[in-house]
Design a protein around this ligand. Structure first.
Ligand code: BG6
Length: 505
């Protein structure tokens, strides 16, 4: 493949997907790699090796992937010529993650791919399997000589999907296991939110503009809200979700990462070490939640039947793969405080849920009221404070609510919006999160991936919530919100008692 002139050249590489017959491979990984091929961003020496127990040949793997790529909402335009070259590079072996024999065959086939496609001995391993296999795969790669690079200049890296552990101890154990075969700088813990353009832009917005940073602190900011709402239910993932629940599925990774990006201090450089150091500082500074007072800062919910976009939908307990008396939470709201110089006394309210009225992920920074209001023709209570809203998705953009004089003879103040929209400013289709992250992993840039300490800090923050909720499962009154609403009443009460309210888009 011819490579476009990029600032950073991509080394040749063989991309190995464990779990190649699974959902993630079809829906995200192969479409993202194909998009990279279309943008001329894959290296000349490139090949994919799928690894899974489901019976498939190279040919049937290719034709299955073709269907997914053609129908993927993430592929802008299908180009047969590019596909033909790309498809030739797709390969597959039927093998068991737990048996050494498969890894031996993998090793042989990778050597063949090096000869045929010039992958240079470089390996990028992707664990797109159920989480219980992550440690097994990392260990087996090491034990079967797939990580021995000492005598060559070749590199290998491993990408680990979320969830990374199911609690603090299991995350520590998994880190220990993987570290036995891979150094920290070879490990790429993926969180697809960090690859979203709008999420990457948080740092640009904060640190590439001199007017933002001076007001980004407790002196001017009243509170921060972070919402990741979905109108979808659990779809075909009932079995996984039953064990995960919203707190593990969305908070341990995506929401705490968004919070870290909003709250972090400026890094010295834009690189893996500096950025991740500053984010880890935030996670470390989150005030530990007191399990005795959990009710004051945390709300859990589960959706019952309801209506979304005019259509009736079933409740969580009626979904496939879900127990009829399930206590798994599909909604969480948390109030977190950050104990540092910049954020003391500024609450961060985080919430996420399934089957809410619309898909909407956004961050609202609500500023303090002006100290003295002298426009006596307008009722002062009607003059809202400034709110800066970062819309992660959909309708990606940033808006700022400001007070303005209504045209006319009198001094009436009204809120108006200043608006930046990605669509209008940049027009073109941005890369999908997986494209960005896969390319970064090939480039060896870990900036947008989670480091071991951040993962562990995040579990530490949530440990009191997980523990207390687990112990009190049967006291919950589930379902406690109708599908198509903004969650349980207790989530509104969480802010109301602080004299605040959720912003519902
Ligand atoms: C995933 C969760 O990590 O993120 C899903 O496992 C969730 O449950 C998804 O639906 C949301 O991602 P996005 O990009 O659609 O906001």
């Amino acid at each position: 493949m011819s490579q476009a002139p990029t600032i950073r050249p991509v080394d040749p590489v063989a991309f190995v997907i464990f779990g190649a017959s699974g959902d993630l491979t079809k829906r995200k990984l192969i479409p993202a790699l194909y998009n990279l091929a279309c943008s001329n961003l894959l290296p000349q020496g490139f090949a994919v090796m799928g690894f899974s127990l489901i019976e498939m040949t190279d040919e049937s793997f290719r034709s299955q992937m073709l269907e997914w790529v053609k129908n993927s909402g993430e592929v802008i335009k299908f180009d047969q010529k590019i596909w033909d070259d790309f498809a030739l590079r797709l390969h597959y072996i039927i093998a068991d993650f737990e048996k050494p024999e498969g890894y031996q065959r993998l090793k042989e086939r990778l050597t063949q791919l090096d000869d045929r496609f010039g992958c240079g001995g470089n390996r990028l391993f992707y664990c797109a399997t159920p989480p219980s296999f992550y440690g097994t795969i990392a260990t087996a790669l090491g034990e079967n000589g797939l990580t021995d690079m000492a005598e060559t200049k070749a590199w290998n890296r491993i990408i680990i999907e979320k969830p990374f552990g199911i609690n603090l101890q299991s995350a520590i154990d998994l880190n220990t296991t993987i570290h036995k075969k891979f150094k920290e700088e070879q490990i790429y813990r993926i969180d697809h939110y960090l690859g979203k353009e709008t999420v990457q832009n948080i740092m640009a917005f904060r640190f590439a503009n001199s007017i933002i940073e001076p007001i980004w602190n407790r002196r001017y900011i009243d509170h921060v809200q972070i919402t990741a709402a979905e109108s979808l239910g659990v779809e075909h993932r009932g079995k996984y979700y039953e064990e995960a629940g919203c707190l593990r599925d969305m908070f341990q990774n995506h929401l705490l990462q968004l919070m870290a990006l909003i709250a972090m201090d400026p890094p010295v450089h834009y690189d893996g070490r500096s950025v991740r150091d500053r984010k880890a500082d935030v996670l470390r500074a989150i005030v530990p939640i007191d399990p005795e007072k959990l009710g004051e800062v945390a709300v859990r919910g589960q959706y019952g039947p309801g209506e979304i976009d005019g259509a009736n939908v079933v409740g969580y307990r009626q979904e496939d793969g879900v127990a009829p008396n399930s206590y798994t939470e599909t909604f969480v709201a948390l109030k977190l405080m950050v104990d540092n110089w910049r954020w003391a006394d500024v609450p961060f309210y985080l919430r996420s849920g399934k089957r809410m009225p619309s898909r909407m992920a956004e961050i609202s920074i609500q500023f303090k009221r002006v100290p003295h209001m002298f426009f006596n023709m307008t009722n002062h209570d009607q003059i809202e404070p400034n709110v800066l809203t970062i819309r992660i998705q959909p309708d990606e953009g940033i808006s700022l609510k400001v007070g303005a004089k209504v045209p006319g003879p009198e001094m009436h103040i009204q809120q108006v919006k200043m608006e930046f929209s990605y669509g209008e400013s940049f027009g073109s289709h941005p890369a999908t999160a997986y494209e960005t992250l896969l390319l970064d992993a090939m480039l060896g840039d870990p900036t947008l991936f989670n480091r071991s300490d951040a993962v562990e800090h995040s579990w530490e923050v949530l440990a009191p919530v997980l523990g207390t909720w687990e112990a009190t499962r049967s006291f919950t009154h589930f379902p406690n919100y109708d599908a198509g609403t903004w969650g349980p009443a207790a989530a509104d009460a969480l802010l109301e008692k602080d004299g605040r309210a959720w912003r519902n888009g």
